[in-house]
Write a protein that binds this ligand. Structure first.
Ligand SMILES: [Fe+2]
Ligand SMILES: [Fe+2]
Length: 149
């Protein structure tokens, strides 16, 4: 397992949760549950990805810009999640913002997978790619356990 394969596991979970959330009935128990799950998955993934992927990438001049861009998008998604939490789940605005969040997530995942991962692949050594996968998985799991507590 390398870091890219490890990151993809959560990317697929985020895609599945987004799709199920968009299909669910607005303001239903299922919709609330899926939103909470997506929020937790996203938060743990973003933090673990920043600590175990973007921070090491920042050490290389070639990948400073991509790291900044990705971390800025994490912040944008966090703000979208916070905004949704403040809205009435029955309001039309809620479903509009939910669609925007899911679109933003897909945009971000696609950009990472198609642009940033190949670029990162050129600056990280093979050994680093393996080690960062181990670090990321430990970090992600620890964050998920903290969320459940
Ligand atoms: Fe990301
Ligand atoms: Fe990611």
């Amino acid at each position: 397992m390398n870091i890219f394969q490890a990151l993809l596991v959560s990317h697929q979970t985020q895609r599945e949760l987004s799709a199920r959330l968009l299909e669910s009935k607005q303001a239903s128990d299922e919709s609330r549950h899926l939103f909470e799950e997506l929020k937790s998955e996203l938060a743990a993934h973003e933090t673990a990805e920043e600590r175990c992927f973007y921070v090491p990438l920042m050490q290389h001049d070639e990948s400073v810009d991509l790291s900044r861009h990705a971390i800025a998008e994490h912040h944008e998604m966090d703000e979208m999640v916070e905004h949704l939490e403040e809205l009435d789940p029955h309001a039309v605005e809620w479903s509009v913002c939910c669609q925007e969040l899911c679109d933003k997530i897909e945009h971000h995942l696609k950009e990472e997978e198609e642009k940033f991962f190949p670029q990162a692949g050129e600056v990280l050594s093979e050994e680093q790619k393996q080690q960062l996968a181990v670090d990321y998985e430990a970090e992600f799991t620890a964050l998920r356990i903290k969320q459940e507590a």
